[in-house]
Design a binder for this molecule. Structure first.
Ligand code: NAP
Ligand code: SF4
Length: 675
């Protein structure tokens, strides 16, 4: 008997059956744009082999004006059909099913030729869109339908028509972006005409036995978005127009409410999809922040949806479904919703991967095969760099021993997991522990090894990490000065007024920790909704609370300082930095930049400003916390070198600057494929 009976139940669509209730949601990986179709095929085939019921590709443009970017993948020609056929054939061979997402970006298209219902520029794009005339609208419909017909020719099992997240079809639905007075604007019946026409004509052209998923925005989270009555009305019309399945979209891209970041509670929006259940008779899919089989099962068992969409979790572990089905749920590499290697890469114009699984989107390049000759491998340091080396090396058949002077594995991950909104790191450390045991890695904790202990190993890997940088501020040895390690690891007492020195990732983390103190909105959905001003869309249009965000009173007064004059947090994650900045701002954090640290004494932290050290100021505080960056801990590597023992130095011990878990895990995994 499986622990996930709802998740693993087949879904009969009439003309075809999905083997379980897991949809791999659409992700813009950038793979299609590499034009290396073997690589694209392998990415999807790997997930098909992993047991997922149905996959949706990244967004494919139906024409130039609707493509997300110039040069983005489109489905417009026989050549496109031939390329995509490579993907569908490989997926079918692997026993999977795949639908192509047709994404018309409208005013979100990053190019001067973008089109929209009305010339209303998006706040997240520099390009004002051109208003479409009647002929232009007909062309867009024709192009979307054509893309669906070509997708069928290419062997896809269906298409997903992207109607949410503030893209083209969504832009017609709401008065926020549709100011038209013709038959495509004005009354709701007119504004919803376009999505309905698109689905109706796609069904007509593509035939009956073809999956059409319509991704419908159930809570827009932008001013003047849809009411829930309008959402239900649209869903019913979309069903009548011939859709097979309705998928959930949450929030427009320009919404200032986080919808998928790690600080969003798990399954935070399943209740929104549940409101549509029973209103239509076709299956309904829910989405966002569902990342374990337990959460997915609970969502389905409690009647929130007929199917769950998980996108990023399929990057973290292609075998998610097979492992769940085999009762090996604790072996599933968890998506920690960090966005660091997926969405941040996409928005940075880089190929997507995954922080916990560097093989994601690199399936043809990083192939884990058994080593020709097993070797003995010593790894010093059980942080992310050392652990990822250990797992990959053990998977290759090497005999691996991991040493760490701490009495637990995880290194800096153990500090990250203490931060409110970063609870997913607990699961990552747990996963490493399970995998080490599963793969027979020997782990020696509480053991500070020296160069002599490492004699006799074929390969020695130094992953000893980093130490805090010494900012050399007069008075920093006083009792009221702590390091981030004292705060996050040793939980030393901190006063009510705090000055945090250094506004990098750790300065932000420490500030969030000090503001919340033991209570995290990420594990308390009603509190999280209140903090961000999210409410029931049936009560208030678009799901925006009329009173706006209502942050809980912070536990402390925090001043966050840096020497740079530029805005705080500019170097945090591309897609999540704004959330950290907004959180701290909501909680009244005082951002101070362009400072020189002069001294710390009884009065607090003394600073001056600019090169001329002007405006001496005292930041009155009870505690100063040092988060001034980190330096490599290379002492063991140096000792080995002095003895002429060769070793591999990775992670923070290699380069401390801009170290994060993504680089550490990537470096460790790649190293283990070389010996
Ligand atoms: P960091 O990002 O390099 O930031 C170090 C901070 O210390 C900067 O604000 C820097 O700003 C300041 N600083 C540097 N030298 C200083 C000195 N001599 N005296 C006083 N201040 C000094 O390092 P981190 O905060 O330790 O983070 C380490 C790594 O973990 C980073 O790569 C970070 O991205 C990653 N991380 C990421 C997240 C995330 O949310 N993605 C969270 C935690 C950690 P000024 O030079 O302007 O003073
Ligand atoms: Fe999940 Fe982070 Fe991997 Fe993206 S990079 S898939 S958010 S773990």
């Amino acid at each position: 008997m499986t622990a996930y009976p709802h998740l693993l139940a087949p879904l009969d669509l009439g003309f075809t059956t999905l083997k379980n209730r897991v949809l791999m949601g659409s992700m813009h990986t950038g793979l299609e744009e590499t034009r290396d179709w073997n690589r694209v095929a392998e990415f999807y085939a790997d997930r098909a082999r992993g047991g997922v019921g149905l996959m949706v590709t990244g967004g494919i443009g139906p024409n130039m004006e609707g493509s997300v970017l110039p040069g983005a993948a489109m489905m417009t020609s026989e050549k496109d059909v031939a390329n995509h056929s490579i993907v569908t054939a490989r997926v079918h061979e692997a026993g999977g099913k795949i639908a192509m997402q047709i994404l018309h970006a409208g005013r979100y298209a990053y190019g001067p030729k973008c089109v929209a219902p009305s010339p209303v520029k998006s706040p997240i794009s520099p390009f004002p869109p051109t208003e479409l005339d009647e002929e232009g609208i007909e062309k867009q419909i024709g192009d979307i339908v054509n893309a669906a017909v070509l997708a069928r020719q290419a062997g896809y099992d269906g298409v997903e028509i992207m109607g949410s997240e503030g893209y083209f079809l969504n832009q017609f639905l709401v008065t926020h972006t549709n100011k038209r007075t013709d038959r495509w604007g004005g009354a709701y019946e007119n504004r919803m005409r376009l999505p309905i026409e698109v689905v109706r004509r796609t069904r007509e052209a593509a035939g009956r036995d073809f999956i059409i998923i319509y991704r419908l925005s159930m809570i827009d989270l932008v001013p003047n978005g849809s009411t829930f009555d309008e959402v239900v009305q649209l869903a019913k019309e979309i069903e009548k127009a011939g859709a097979t399945i309705i998928n959930t979209g949450i929030g427009w891209h320009e919404a200032r409410i986080p919808t998928i970041a790690t600080s969003v509670p798990r399954a935070a929006f399943a209740w929104v999809t549940k409101k549509l259940m029973g209103q239509v008779s076709i299956p309904v899919i829910t989405s966002n922040r569902i990342n374990t089989p337990e959460v997915a099962e609970e969502v389905l068992a409690s009647g929130c949806a007929d199917m769950v969409s998980m996108a990023r979790p399929m990057l973290a572990d292609a075998d998610f479904v097979n492992k769940a089905a085999a009762g090996l749920g604790d072996r599933i590499a968890p998506c920690i919703a960090c966005n660091q290697a997926c969405l941040d890469h996409t928005f940075g114009g880089k190929l997507t991967s995954c922080l916990v699984n560097p093989r994601a989107c690199h399936e043809t390049e990083l192939v884990v095969v058994k080593a020709a000759a097993p070797r003995t491998v010593a790894i010093v340091g059980a942080g992310p760099a050392g652990l990822s080396t250990a797992i990959t090396a053990a998977q290759r058949g090497h005999a691996v021993t991991v040493f760490d002077k701490a009495d637990e594995i995880g290194g800096q991950l153990n500090m990250a997991k203490q931060v409110p909104g970063k609870e997913e790191f607990w699961g990552l450390v747990d996963w490493y522990r399970v995998m080490l045991a599963d793969l027979g890695v020997k782990v020696e904790l509480g053991r500070a090894v020296g160069a002599d202990d490492l004699a006799g190993f074929d390969e020695v890997v130094i992953a000893t990490g980093v130490s805090p940088r010494d900012p050399a501020i007069p008075g920093q040895d006083r009792a009221n000065v702590l390091s981030y390690i004292d705060v996050l690891r040793h939980k030393k007492p901190v006063g009510k007024r705090v000055a945090v020195i250094g506004a990098g990732g750790i300065g932000f983390d420490v500030s969030e920790f000090l503001l919340e103190e033991g209570h995290s909105p990420a594990t308390d959905l009603p509190l999280w909704m209140k903090e961000w001003g999210v409410t029931d869309p049936a009560q208030h249009r678009s799901g925006l609370a009329p009173e706006g965000p209502q942050p809980a009173k912070p536990v402390r007064e925090v001043t966050l300082l840096q020497r740079k004059a530029k805005a705080h947090g500019r170097d945090l994650g591309k897609t999540t930095g704004w959330i950290h900045r907004a959180t701290l701002k909501m909680k009244g954090v005082n951002f101070v930049g362009g400072v020189n640290y002069e001294a710390i004494d009884d009065a607090g932290l003394h600073v001056s400003f600019g090169e001329a050290r002007e405006n001496p100021t005292v930041i009155a505080c009870d505690t100063v916390v040092l988060c001034a960056g980190q330096v490599s801990d290379r002492s063991l590597a140096d000792a080995l070198e002095a003895k002429g023992v060769s070793c591999h130095v990775i992670g923070g011990a290699d380069v401390a600057a801009e170290l994060d878990a993504k680089r550490a895990i990537n470096q460790g995994t790649r190293l283990a494929l070389t010996f």
